[in-house]
Design a protein around this ligand. Structure first.
Ligand SMILES: [Zn+2]
Length: 382
C-alpha cells in the first residue's frame, strides 16, 4: 500500500472521537476497509454504540492474533493541545492526535499489514485474526468479552499493538483496584456507646491489609515487587456524630509470584475476620487484571526479536511494562499461546496532550507486522 493511503487510514481513525465510547464508529470504518476481500467480519457488541470487531483472514495454517483497542482516553483540556486532538496533524515528521501513540497507530498498522497481505495475490500459508476491542482504557472489558466468547481460544500466538517503539514487551504487572465499605450506626457523639463507628474497623483493615501486602517480599527479577497503596479514605459527615459509613480504596500492582487469586483471598480473609469481631465490611473489585508472566522464552518473542533486529535499526529489546493491557484478559483464553506487546509508536507520550508518533515509525510498523506474520507462519507450521 502506498504510504499516503496507509497514513490516511491512521488519520481517519484519529478523526473518530472514540474517547471511552463510540467504538462502533471505529468498527464500522475498519469493517468497510475489508468489505471487498475474502475475510470473515464479526461484530461482538458490548453495549449500544460499542462494538468489538473480529476479522479473520486466511484459510488454513497457524493462526496469529493481532490485537488493538478501538478506544482512546479523553483529550483533556484543549488548552494543552497545539493541534486539534481528533484531527491528525503532520508536522516535522510527526503525526499528532489522540491515539497517535495509544494506540490507533498500532491498530492501523496491523490493519494495513492485513490489507497488504490480502492484496499480495500470494497464497497465504497461515491465518490472521484481528481482535479490535472496546473499553481497554477503562477496564479491558472488551477483551474480557472476546475472551469469554471464545475468540482467542484457538490462537497460536498473539501480538498486542500497544506502543513500544518496536521493543518487545514480554511481561507486565497485574492490577487490583479494590473498595472496602464499612457500615455503622450514627448517634450523637456524646453517647457513642449507643452507636457503631464505621471508621474504626476500616482503619484496622487498612493496617492489616498493608502489613499483609508488605509481607510479600519476593521480588520478580524484571517487574520488581508487588506494591500496595491505600489510595483514598473517607467517612463520617459531622464532627459530633458517630459515623455510620466510611470507605477506602486500594491499588495493588501484582506480579506472577503472587497471583491475583491469592491476593483476593488474603484481603477477603481480613474482611471476614474483622466482620466476625463485629465490623460490617464489604469488599469489591474494579476491573482487576492479572499479570502477564514473562514470555521471553517463547518462540513468538524470539522470532519477533529476530525480525525486528534484522529489519530495523531500533527496537527489538525485551522489556517490561508497568501497566496492564488486554493481555490480562486474553491470557485467560482456553488455548495456551504466547502473547507479546509490540507497537511502532513511542509509548512515553500515551495519554498526554500532543500525543504523537513519528510518521516513519508508523510506516515501519505497517511493514513489520507483515514480516512478522510471514515469519510466524513459517515457524509455527513446523
Ligand atoms: Zn493502549
Amino acid at each position: 500500500m502506498e504510504d499516503k493511503k496507509a497514513l490516511k487510514i491512521l488519520s481517519d481513525l484519529i478523526g473518530i472521537e472514540s474517547a471511552n465510547d463510540h467504538e462502533t464508529v471505529v468498527a464500522d470504518y475498519l469493517a468497510d476497509l475489508f468489505k471487498d476481500y475474502p475475510v470473515k467480519i464479526t461484530r461482538v457488541q458490548y453495549a449500544e454504540d460499542r462494538d468489538n470487531l473480529v476479522i479473520d483472514m486466511g484459510q488454513q495454517g497457524p493462526l496469529l492474533g493481532f490485537s488493538g483497542h478501538e478506544d482512546v482516553v479523553s483529550a483533556g483540556s484543549l488548552d494543552n493541545w497545539h493541534t486539534p486532538p481528533f484531527a491528525a496533524t503532520i508536522k516535522d515528521g510527526n503525526l499528532y492526535g489522540r491515539g497517535a501513540s495509544d494506540m490507533k497507530s498500532g491498530l492501523a498498522a496491523m490493519v494495513v499489514a492485513m490489507l497488504d497481505l490480502l492484496e499480495s495475490d500470494q497464497e497465504l500459508p497461515g491465518r490472521i485474526r484481528l481482535l479490535a476491542s472496546v473499553g481497554e482504557e477503562t477496564g479491558e472489558y472488551g477483551a474480557a468479552q472476546l475472551t469469554k466468547e471464545g475468540y482467542a481460544d484457538d490462537l497460536d500466538g498473539l501480538i498486542i499493538g500497544e506502543s513500544s517503539n518496536c521493543d518487545v514487551v514480554v511481561t507486565h504487572k497485574g492490577v487490583i483496584d479494590y473498595y472496602v465499605t464499612s457500615k455503622g450506626v450514627t448517634v450523637h457523639s456524646s453517647t457513642p456507646e449507643k452507636g457503631k463507628n464505621a471508621i474504626m474497623p476500616l482503619i484496622k483493615f487498612a493496617e492489616q491489609a498493608q502489613a499483609k501486602m508488605d509481607s510479600h517480599d519476593q521480588v520478580d527479577p524484571v517487574l520488581g515487587p508487588l506494591t500496595h497503596v491505600i489510595s483514598q479514605i473517607q467517612g463520617g459527615s459531622q464532627i459530633n456524630s458517630v459515623p455510620d459509613s466510611a470507605w477506602l480504596s486500594g491499588n495493588i500492582r501484582t506480579t506472577p509470584l503472587y497471583p491475583n487469586d491469592q491476593i483476593y483471598q488474603e484481603l477477603e480473609e481480613i474482611v471476614a475476620e474483622l466482620n466476625q469481631q463485629g465490623a460490617e465490611l464489604t469488599i469489591r473489585y474494579s476491573f482487576p487484571e492479572v499479570p502477564l508472566p514473562n514470555q521471553k522464552h517463547t518462540k513468538l518473542a524470539k522470532l519477533a526479536q529476530a525480525v525486528i533486529k534484522e529489519k530495523m535499526n531500533y527496537g527489538g529489546n525485551f522489556v517490561a511494562d508497568t501497566g496492564a493491557t488486554d493481555a490480562s484478559e486474553y491470557i485467560r483464553a482456553k488455548g495456551n499461546f504466547p502473547i507479546i506487546i509490540m507497537g511502532p509508536a513511542p509509548g512515553n507520550v500515551a495519554h498526554e496532550p500532543n500525543e504523537y508518533t513519528p510518521v516513519s515509525n508508523y510506516l515501519d510498523g505497517c511493514k513489520l507486522y507483515q514480516d512478522l506474520a510471514w515469519k510466524f507462519w513459517q515457524e509455527y507450521a513446523k
